[in-house]
Design a protein around this ligand. Structure first.
Ligand SMILES: [Zn+2]
Length: 76
């Protein structure tokens, strides 16, 4: 089992398989590597890396963030 393997990785934000995806990025948090499938997912991850890293239910987390973004944008 290799730590460098990128096979069977899934995007930590949206859960899509990242294998063969040209937009795939990897970020490190707390010494662990996380796969992100696209710039939007990278942005999401960067908003709350500790929460994604802690294994919170990602769909709940993403929904909360989207709600927060909408709320901020509509509040001007
Ligand atoms: Zn993704």
């Amino acid at each position: 089992m290799s730590a460098d393997s990128t096979r069977d990785e899934i995007c930590v934000v949206c859960g899509k398989a990242t294998e063969g995806n040209a937009g795939t990025a990897h970020l490190y948090h707390d010494g662990r590597r996380f796969a992100l499938c696209c710039p939007m997912c990278v942005e999401m991850f960067q908003r709350a890396p500790a929460r994604f890293a802690s294994g919170e239910h990602r769909q709940t987390l993403v929904q909360q963030m989207l709600d927060e973004i909408k709320w901020r944008e509509s509040g001007s």
